[in-house]
Write a protein that binds this ligand. Structure first.
Ligand code: ATP
Length: 360
């Protein structure tokens, strides 16, 4: 089901200050999509999610789910949470510790008064789906973190919601389990063909899990796109910086040359992917660390830059190194078998396709 958010604002007064948690948010979340709200702490992600759920009342605007208005200031509509047909999974697993797995998952159906037989059949189907068949009698607290999170997911899914909402559901899991669980979650959600709204401040989680990412800042959605677009083709400096490690270098447009834009910056004249900024204007050159290619021998051609290795850290699958070029210190990710030492003079090349220009 599609979710439409139109002109939604929400302000709080706290300690005498007015906080614009949501500032005129317009957003369409397509049906059967994994849609992630990503942004730094305090940017309004949870407030937006809570407004969709109905746990928070916006000041103005309208929210519709599947074509039905669930909240509208102007139309004086406010459908309560339990009638919005949503499932929710939160950071704290919110499973009941005194119940076993079956009872935890059955609970939403019991309060609806379904028959015992139907409850048994639907719980079995859902536990099977989240790979917890056979765990019915286990006390919920005697499960691993990942299993507990799957119980929480099963409980959200058992009532067959039209939309499922997640608020940082994996943040209590350790790094390895988080990686496994997010892979599983993507598979589950894709198979289910359900609209999922996912809140996180973890960029890798957002990139790995989402069909669409909306980047939020100070109560506003500032950019929206699929993970590759957000990562490779961000429009804002803030987004390019937030979504991954990036070298952001001040530059001035020197010329427009066919498919490319050439800029002057601390690295010299750099040929970049085309950008429509006029000649002479100030821009930001964005280069991801993984696109800095060390030249093996004498390098020639486009965008050859000389520098010196300033720091070198071996992280297993790569070296993370800082290369000094004049006043600029560039973060680079280099193959782990490279023969490097701090202080070595190096040449590297930059593929123009990966030299992204940002106007702000
Ligand atoms: P985090 O990632 O840290 O959970 P968030 O992006 O989810 O952050 P919100 O929880 O939506 O951010 O908060 C947005 C802003 O509104 C913050 O400045 C927060 O301090 C403020 N805020 C949220 N709830 C309240 C409240 N009940 N009273 C006062 N201010 C609030």
């Amino acid at each position: 089901m599609e979710i439409r958010i139109q002109g939604v604002s929400k302000a709080y007064v706290s300690g005498g200050n007015l906080i614009k948690a949501l500032d005129n948010v317009d957003l369409i979340i397509p049906a059967n999509h994994i849609f992630t709200l990503l942004g730094p702490s305090g940017c309004g992600k949870t407030t937006l999610l809570r407004c969709i759920v109905g746990l928070e009342t916006p000041d103005v605007g309208e929210i519709s789910i599947g074509g039905e208005v669930v909240w509208s200031k102007q139309k004086n509509i406010s459908i309560p949470t339990e009638k919005r047909g949503l499932g929710m999974v939160f950071q704290t697993y919110a499973i009941w510790p005194h119940m076993n797995v079956f009872d935890n998952v059955a609970y939403p159906l019991q309060i609806r008064g379904l028959s015992k037989a139907e409850i048994r059949q639907r719980v079995a189907k859902t536990l099977d789906f989240v790979h917890l068949a056979g765990f019915e009698k286990r006390p919920a607290t005697k499960l691993s973190g990942g299993q507990q999170q799957r119980v929480a997911l099963a409980r959200a899914l058992v009532a067959e919601p039209k939309v499922i909402l997640f608020d940082e559901p994996l943040s209590n899991l350790d790094a390895k389990l988080r990686e496994e669980t997010r892979k599983e979650l993507r598979t589950f959600l894709t198979e289910l063909k359900i609209t999922a709204v996912y809140v996180t401040h973890d960029r890798v989680e957002a990139l790995a899990l989402s069909d669409t990412i909306a980047i939020m800042r100070e109560g506003r959605i500032i950019e929206l796109g699929d993970p590759k677009k957000i990562y490779f083709d961000a429009q804002h400096r803030f987004v390019a910086d937030f979504i991954g490690r990036a070298n952001l270098i001040k530059a001035t447009v020197r010329s427009q040359e066919g498919e490319h834009t050439v800029v002057d910056c601390a690295l010299g004249a750099i040929t970049c992917a085309q950008h429509d900024a006029p000649v002479g204007s100030e821009v930001t050159l964005c280069i991801r660390p993984e696109f800095i290619q060390l030249a093996k021998g004498a390098a020639g051609g486009t965008n050859v830059v000389n520098g010196r290795i300033d720091s070198l850290i071996f992280v297993g699958e790569a070296y993370e190194t800082e290369i000094r070029v004049g006043e600029e210190l560039l973060l680079a990710k280099i193959e782990p078998d490279a023969n490097l030492a701090v202080g070595s003079e190096v040449s590297f090349t930059l593929d123009p396709a990966h030299c992204l220009l940002l106007s702000i």
